[in-house]
Design a protein around this ligand. Structure first.
Ligand SMILES: NC(=O)c1ccc[n+]([C@@H]2O[C@H](COP(=O)([O-])OP(=O)(O)OC[C@H]3O[C@@H](n4cnc5c(N)ncnc54)[C@H](O)[C@@H]3O)[C@@H](O)[C@H]2O)c1
Length: 429
């Protein structure tokens, strides 16, 4: 995606903005208002561009890395599966190859890490990278547990490193506009929000299969307990297992719950109550993360966020004066005027970015925090983790977002962290 540049002429900008508005279905006033800026990092001379390493060479890692080539020099690839490592090395013109991410972190010529490993590996790599002085673009959901998130935030603050969470809807103008309108009372009093996520797969049982040649299965399992490889608990499908992730609740939830919290002005906090239910029994010996669910989060202002697979994919904000629905393909409202009318000059403005990766690389230069920093990424992931915990415990829970613990509930509090299997624990970094 080409971004608008700083030196674009006013006339060209107005033409470009009208076209962009039409293409995205956005009101022209919004495009004209705040998007005349573009990435500075993209314009740096080759000598000034940072060195980049990709850790986790699956579909998402390679797609992000391909885009990151505009901003820096891709020097190294790292994966625990040799096949994937070799494919990525070919794609990125044979940069250096590694299995152990710690060897990548030792290199002085690498300034930026793209972390696109499965969720259970995010935290150790992110913390190790920041402690080694690297800035990180880390895929969402930022963490596997709430406890991991607290540690990531702490290290990012102390190390003064830049960490952008890969929740790219933050840099999508439709989502920005929807959140900004809701924050400014455009739909009256916000009453409830519905985040519609896809239904997960319900498949199994699966049986043991030989580990593919070149895949280091023990390293892949990392912090999680040892289990057999079954052909459905590795690449891509890791997300349907609670041992590695949280199903759709964390996979898509990390995107749409993030948007809900942004519109609520709660993206550095969280709900005070969560009530989650699985709507289906999973097949014994198959995927463990529930495929169908309904979770109701309540915030301290009384607004409810309902996250479910039984609603259209997107986020719908419902208020006393109308509704706004936003997804990756459309932005609609109960009346056109809700979107078309410009906000007044004194309206609350949200930080705007029109390129998630561009915003990250700009922050690598400016040392300002990006639009989805470690704390926001952690809090958005936490909402999803709370939902999963309530679903798995089959009961409602009271949450204290300041202390980041459940109120008077020792059992639920034990779910905020997980034992890590040595040597894949904090001692390794
Ligand atoms: N932002 C988005 O829209 C978006 C889209 C898809 C995926 N993602 C996220 O990206 C991450 C990866 O997803 P994917 O679909 O590409 O998964 P994937 O399974 O295709 O790729 C993950 C890769 O990481 C490798 N890996 C595992 N442990 C490793 C380790 N310790 N060191 C190095 N490599 C390791 C695996 O071998 C695999 O090649 C997930 O967290 C997912 O949620 C984000």
């Amino acid at each position: 995606m080409k971004v608008l540049t700083n030196n674009i002429s006013r006339r060209n900008f107005l033409k470009t903005s009208a076209a962009a508005a039409a293409a995205l279905g956005l009101p022209e006033w919004f495009i004209k208002e705040g998007h005349a800026h573009g990435s500075v990092a993209e314009k740096l001379s080759s000598l000034d561009k940072p060195g980049i390493a990709l850790i986790g060479c699956g579909g998402q890692g390679r797609s992000v890395c391909n885009w990151a080539r505009n901003y820096g020099h891709v020097l190294a690839m790292c994966d625990v599966d040799e096949d994937r490592l070799n494919q990525a090395a070919d794609q990125f013109k044979a940069p250096d190859k590694y299995k152990d991410f710690r060897e990548v972190l030792e290199r002085d010529d690498i300034n930026v890490i793209i972390n696109a490993t499965p969720d259970h590996w995010h935290t150790l790599i992110n913390i190790g990278a920041m402690k080694s002085g690297k800035d990180v673009y880390s895929e969402k959901p930022l963490t596997l547990t709430v406890d991991e998130g607290k540690r990531v935030v702490d290290v990012s603050r102390k190390s003064k490193r830049i960490l952008q969470t890969g929740s790219q809807q933050r840099s999508d103008q439709r989502f920005q506009l929807a959140c900004e309108l809701v924050r400014n009372g455009r739909i009256g009093k916000l009453e409830y929000i519905v985040a519609g996520l896809p239904t997960g797969p319900r498949e199994g049982p699966f049986s043991k299969q030989p580990v593919p040649e070149g895949l280091d299965w023990d390293y892949y399992l990392g912090q999680t307990p040892v289990t057999d490889y079954n052909g459905h608990n590795c690449h891509w499908n890791f997300r349907w297992w609670y041992r590695f992730a949280g199903g759709q609740m964390t996979d898509w939830g990390a995107h749409h719950n993030d948007i809900a919290q942004w519109a609520l002005g709660m993206d550095r906090s969280g709900p005070v109550h969560v009530d989650g239910r699985s709507l289906i029994d999973m097949i014994p010996g198959g995927y463990t993360a529930t495929a169908k669910f309904r979770v109701e989060f309540t915030y301290k202002n009384g607004v409810k966020l309902i996250t479910t697979d039984e609603a259209p994919n997107g986020v719908r904000f419902n208020g006393s004066d109308g509704w706004i629905f936003v997804s990756r393909s459309k932005l609609t409202a109960s009346k056109d005027s809700l979107l078309k009318e410009p906000l007044p000059d004194d309206a609350v403005r949200l930080e705007r970015s029109n390129s998630h990766l561009g915003n990250f690389f700009d922050c690598v230069q400016s040392r300002k925090q990006p639009v989805c920093d470690a704390e926001i990424g952690h809090r958005s992931a936490s909402v999803c983790h709370l939902g999963v915990i309530s679903v798995r415990l089959r009961r409602s829970l009271k949450w204290n977002p300041d202390k980041e613990e459940f109120a008077d509930d020792d059992e639920a509090n034990t779910w905020l962290s997980r034992p890590m299997r040595a040597p894949y624990d904090y001692d390794m970094i």
